[in-house]
Write a protein that binds this ligand. Structure first.
Ligand code: RRO
Length: 334
């Protein structure tokens, strides 16, 4: 049973991969993903300079039976652009992911369009980095940086970002562009985002390989009854909701965007994936591949092998031998 996929030209031997965010900050964490069954390697969203992120406590889990939801207000802690684009580090990552290596997806989340373009320029000028780089995933959906509203909810600004970045020369050089989107909640917004991506990113020389549906849902609040305080400290206690509590919202976002985007733009599902069944549901809704965030944080990188083997077992039970047998084939009940 083959659970490999072609993600906008990238060959993944397993359609389950890590999401940017949990356990993606340090070299050691990325090495551990390289050694795991994750179908690709996605780094923590980078800014030009290193950031320590928001003050603690900035992460909490909500237990729902045997499933987990999360709220985070990390505030974009990362080692800085240079750390995730160091060619000798990327070489070591590749050696850890032998025999075949796996695609390296560089997530960026500059604090301005200028900062994002600066990072693209630097990548385009470094052939020794480019040889290790499969994709750049531009995160337009971080809910947790004080004073920085989400680009993905500000359509004029988002359109400018898409227009400028999708025409960067980096994306003519065997490097795929992806966008990590925030969750949307209303049909006209899906229409608007899809129209913008179809027209701006694909028209007139643009290049867009995939979108990820979706990042965490902002403005979630965890409350401690005993102390009568917020559970998290930064930003008044608000944070991004992920895991089990956004699973169905993520499936809806995958389905809505898959039905509106040009066939050449792939959709990656992300949200509440903890089992092979969850991954199956995302693919049934149209996802090419599936990212795991909260469950990766909870369980560690062995989650990829477990979810992959659960997906294979489910496919076997249903008589499917490859993902194309059911991808996007969700039927609406009569
Ligand atoms: O670091 C974070 O606070 C963070 C980021 Br950049 C993001 O994209 N999504 C999220 O839930 N947290």
């Amino acid at each position: 049973i083959d659970i490999g996929c072609n993600l906008a030209g990238l060959q993944l031997s397993c359609c389950i991969l890590n999401a940017s965010g949990p356990r993606t900050n340090t070299e050691q964490q990325l090495m551990d993903i390289a050694r795991s069954s994750s179908g690709a390697l996605c780094s923590k969203s980078a800014t030009l300079e290193e950031r320590s992120g928001n003050p603690q406590p900035r992460y909490t889990e909500i237990q729902l039976g045997d499933r987990t939801a999360s709220i985070n207000s990390e505030g974009l802690p990362n080692k800085g652009f240079a750390a995730y684009s160091d060619s000798s580090f990327l070489q070591r990552l590749k050696e850890c992911s032998e025999p075949h290596g796996k695609p390296y997806i560089f997530s960026i989340s500059g604090l301005s369009l200028k900062e994002n373009l600066e990072m693209l320029d630097r990548l385009a000028e470094s052939p020794d980095v480019l040889q290790h780089l499969s994709a750049v995933e531009v995160n337009v959906a971080c809910p947790n940086v004080p004073g920085k509203p989400l680009v993905g909810y500000d359509f004029p600004q988002f359109a400018e970002v898409v227009q400028t970045m999708s025409r960067h020369p980096l994306f003519t050089k065997d490097c795929v562009l992806g966008f990590k989107l925030p969750p949307y909640l209303d049909a006209p917004l899906f229409d608007a985002v899809a129209k913008m991506l179809n027209e701006i990113a694909l028209g007139r020389g643009g290049a867009l390989g995939y979108v990820v549906c979706c990042n965490t849902l902002g403005s979630a609040l965890a409350v401690d009854i005993e102390t009568e305080t917020t559970v998290l400290h930064p930003k008044g206690g608000f944070g991004g909701l992920g895991g089990q509590l956004v699973r169905h919202l993520a499936l809806g976002n995958v389905r809505h965007l898959r039905s509106r985007l040009d066939d050449s733009i792939h959709v990656v599902g992300c949200g509440g994936v903890a089992t092979g069944e969850d991954a199956f549901a995302h693919i049934l809704c149209g996802a090419t591949a599936v990212q795991v965030a909260t469950q990766h944080r909870v369980e560690g990188p062995q989650c990829f092998e477990r979810i992959a083997s659960e997906l294979r077992e489910l496919m076997q039970r249903k008589g499917y031998t490859q993902l194309e047998d059911f991808r996007g084939k969700l039927r609406v009940r009569e």
